[in-house]
Design a protein around this ligand. Structure first.
Ligand code: G16
Length: 542
């Protein structure tokens, strides 16, 4: 019977069409949408195996997040909401790249190696972003899931963090929240409204913002949130789906280009927010009266959250170990501020949310953010329990209990399953509201070092390999020494290069004290990459 089922997995519609090897990258498989159908089919098969081996529901999200509209992608979400375990990324890469003739034997091999009991039920929770190619790709995944008798629970168009939330709620038997979109909106928005009611003096804070939704699924979710939030926060939505996805808008564009998005009605000194194509990243920005652009990115969000949590812990007389996890892209000033002013440990890990999430689990309260605005806060179960007890402990003072109650609501408004742009937005709004701050006040926490990012196209990006959380280039030999020579000429200079795991390019990052020097620094490093790693197309220039 089992053998008969496995033979059935060879489906003429989903034969392997491309010979290029594709890797399960920073956030799953990502490439041109028209190359993905058989990959989605095979990932449907794999999701069933993963669900059986974990005896729990698995998530399958179809999105290419910040990438251009003609790209698409797929990532699997493990039972506790985390990204697919690293050893299974390798299994996924292998499964997707085998020839059709070896598909059945590869599946058989995975079943044997992973000791999978095929009689266990499998549930795969699926979701997709708004890309035109997503419904076709979903069909391919569903066919793969059903041929192995997996049960599909499809939630249609959702943000990536919503899908993570749905997986966790399903697997924790509603303990984390109700496994519905209504459950998601109500949990986060009720917690947000609850904290607000208790706060009276709001200083410079105005309960209104301008949101750039990248023409993606976040626009839909933001409109839904607005219904639940009522008048507590006015969200004016731009790039809400009528324009091209991520094109000159969205969190990635605003962060990398350091300019406001297009199709956006700027008001000077007014709080603006950009999220990305699947609503898991967020940055804030504003333009001042001289039309100068100011960015408050993931580092600024992380430090704001860390400072506020530290204050609440102090007020409630609760003592937990706080930690902040960043990547090499974190601005040097933010790391200095975390270590020296906040006096919280700051850890640097490789790019990719899975690395940050895993490290943040080491702390009682682990805050993690990539500079690009991807992040959240994780609270240990024991921490939540202690805070709950503090709220109702008659021996504690009113002040202590109130601070503990705020902490509890903050925990409820945070999507701990993964970085969630809209949940993060509610959290930032809560903190600014509590402090009575406008965006300029927040910006003053510390001054970013001038920084820039560039992309260089090369023949084969895997020629560049890195170590030390992406900060040191191992191959091509000699490249790192040359980068070091350049960087040493600049005060507070820092630069690194690494292959992107989501785009077919090499990313270059640079920062230094003097804005005028920055362009020279980054162009010199980019030219090195172009020469050492086989650059193609025009040479890098600003
Ligand atoms: C994904 C990952 C992020 C990562 C980003 C860029 O974001 O989830 O952790 O920072 O890609 O990765 P890379 O530099 O390897 O291209 P998203 O928003 O595109 O899913």
């Amino acid at each position: 019977m089992e053998h008969f089922q496995l033979k059935n997995i060879l489906n003429i519609k989903y034969m392997k069409k491309y010979s290029d090897n594709i890797q399960y990258g920073t956030a799953g498989f990502r490439t041109k949408a028209n190359a993905l159908e058989y990959i989605l089919y095979r990932m449907g098969l794999l999701a069933v195996l993963r669900s059986k081996v974990k005896n729990a529901a698995i998530g399958l999200m179809i999105t290419a997040s910040h990438n251009i509209g003609s790209d698409n992608g797929v990532k699997l979400i493990d039972p506790a909401g985390e990204m697919l375990e690293a050893s299974w990324e390798q299994i996924a890469t292998n499964l997707v790249n085998v020839e059709d003739a070896n598909l059945v034997s590869t599946i058989e091999h995975i079943i044997k190696e992973e000791n999978i009991n095929m009689s266990v039920d499998a549930i795969v929770i699926t979701g997709r972003d708004t890309r035109e190619s997503s419904p076709t790709l979903l069909n391919a995944a569903v066919t793969g899931i059903e041929v192995l008798y997996g049960i599909v629970q499809d939630f249609g168009i959702v943000t990536t963090p919503q899908l993570h939330y749905l997986v966790v709620c399903t697997n924790t038997k509603n303990n984390y929240g109700n496994p519905t979109l209504h459950g998601y909106y109500i949990k986060l928005s009720e917690a947000f409204k609850h904290v607000r009611q208790k706060q009276i003096n709001n200083g410079q804070y105005v309960a209104e913002l301008l949101l750039d939704a990248a023409n993606g699924v976040g626009g839909i979710a933001a409109k839904e949130f607005q219904k639940y939030l009522g008048t507590t926060l006015a969200i004016n939505i731009y790039n809400d789906g009528n324009g091209e996805l991520n094109y000159m808008c969205g969190a990635d564009y605003v962060k990398v280009q350091q300019v406001p998005p297009v199709n956006f009605s700027l008001k000077s000194n007014f709080r603006c927010v950009s999220i990305d194509g699947d609503a898991d990243r967020i940055v804030y920005f504003y333009t001042d009266e001289d039309n100068k652009f100011h960015l408050l990115d993931g580092d600024k969000i992380a430090t704001l959250i860390a400072e506020y949590l530290k204050e609440l812990l102090k007020e409630s007389h609760l003592s937990f170990q706080l930690g902040l996890v960043q990547t090499a892209y974190a601005n040097g000033s933010s790391t200095d501020y975390i270590l020296n002013v906040l006096q919280i440990p700051a850890i640097c890990v490789s790019t990719g949310i899975k690395h940050l999430h895993n490290k943040a689990l080491d702390f009682d309260i682990g805050i993690y953010f990539e500079a690009n605005g991807h992040g959240t806060v994780l609270f240990k179960e024991t921490v939540v329990k202690t805070i709950k007890e503090a709220v109702i402990n008659p021996k504690r003072s009113t002040n202590e209990k109130e601070a503990a109650s705020k902490l509890l609501n903050i925990i409820n408004m945070i999507n701990q399953t993964v970085g969630d742009a809209l949940s993060d937005m509610l959290l930032v709004e809560t903190i600014l509201h509590a402090k009575g701050w406008d965006i300029m006040e927040w910006e003053k926490m510390y001054e970013d070092l001038p920084n820039k990012q560039l992309k260089v196209k090369v023949n084969n990006k895997s020629i560049i390999t890195t170590a030390n959380a992406g900060r040191q280039c191992i191959t091509p030999e000699g490249l790192q020494d040359e980068i070091d020579k350049i960087v040493s000429q600049y005060k507070k200079g820092r630069s690194f290069v690494r292959p992107s795991g989501t785009e077919d390019i090499i990313r270059i990052y640079a920062e230094c004290e003097n804005l005028c020097d920055l362009n020279k620094l980054i162009i010199d490093v980019a030219l090195l990459v172009y020469d050492y790693a086989g650059g193609i197309g025009p040479k890098p220039q600003l």
